[in-house]
Design a protein around this ligand. Structure first.
Ligand code: PAF
Length: 282
């Protein structure tokens, strides 16, 4: 696997591959890779001739009091993992390469409405930062296919909408959530949890599954279900962010008539803000 730090060198190599008719798959990441990321790479490998991953801790998507400075940077270990998953090229740009004129002069991409609810309400500007960097990365790599994790359900929707609205010629694929044996969704931020918190963390997924079972069993009192979930999570030490039962397509609050639902949850525990979701078909 070859690692590129400059846009020009990466693009020269990829244009040769494209000229040979190769189908290019792309997996954007912020590094500190775990099995969930490698599943995205393997999915891209399964449907493409060439797979490019990127590692860039994107300052634009972090709020002022968030973990940008502490976000784990583990390039060498990540390179080894990417090789084992069959990745061909890694793009690992610096801030200067991605934002040569600074943040203030950067053209930004905003996907309205869905960017400002749920995670977007808790993290103002976050999805604008995500959409901007993903749009730039798509421009740099020009992939045929890009693969994103379904753990970040709202992020995936923001990216799909951006691609649709801007007519970007990229097929966006989702990849199922990778979990530990105890159900905890894999995340780079799980590394912020101590041993005690690691035992508590799977309660988030259990609470999602319990709410899903109640809905499949016929309950439609969603506000009450959300309150019950907050009580369960707070009882074991989570702080409250959101636990929202929504329409899976619009992400607006589900009604008794909604047939395809998603429960989106974010819950801080110690130094980590965990997110997870479950989809429900009625
Ligand atoms: O999901 C992530 O790791 C990031 O939000 C992404 C898509 C790589 C953009 O920085």
């Amino acid at each position: 696997m070859q690692t590129f730090f400059s846009i020009e060198e990466l693009r020269a190599t990829l244009s040769e591959a494209r000229a040979q008719g190769k189908r290019i798959g792309f997996v954007p990441t912020m590094g500190n890779l775990h099995e969930g990321h490698l599943a995205l790479v393997r999915q891209a490998v399964s449907c493409c001739d060439i797979v490019v991953a990127s590692i860039f801790v994107n300052p634009l998507q972090f709020g002022i009091n968030e973990d940008l400075d502490n976000y784990p940077r583990t390039l060498q270990a990540d390179q080894e993992k990417l090789i084992s998953a069959g990745c061909n090229y890694l793009f690992a740009p610096s801030d200067e390469v991605m934002y040569p004129n600074g943040r203030e002069e950067q053209t930004q991409v905003e996907v309205p409405l869905i960017s400002n609810i749920h995670c977007g309400a808790s993290r103002p500007g976050h999805f604008q930062g995500v959409a901007t960097v993903v749009c730039k990365l798509f421009g740099i790599v020009q992939p045929d296919v890009a693969v994103f994790g379904e753990k970040d359900y709202q992020q995936l929707m923001v990216i799909r909408r951006m691609v649709e609205h801007l007519y970007l010629p990229v097929e966006v694929q989702g990849s199922p959530i990778a979990r530990n044996e105890d159900g905890l969704a894999l995340s780079s931020r799980n590394g912020y949890l101590n041993d005690e918190q690691m035992k508590v963390a799977p309660t988030l997924y259990r609470t999602l599954q319990e709410a899903k079972a109640e809905i499949l069993g016929g309950r439609r009192d969603y506000k009450q279900l959300e309150d019950e979930a907050y009580a369960k999570l707070e009882a074991v030490g989570f702080s409250r962010d959101f636990f929202n039962i929504c329409d899976a397509h619009t992400l607006t609050p589900a009604t008794a008539e909604t047939q395809q639902l998603v429960i989106l949850a974010a819950a801080p525990l110690g130094g980590a803000r965990l997110i997870d979701n479950v989809v429900i078909e009625l």
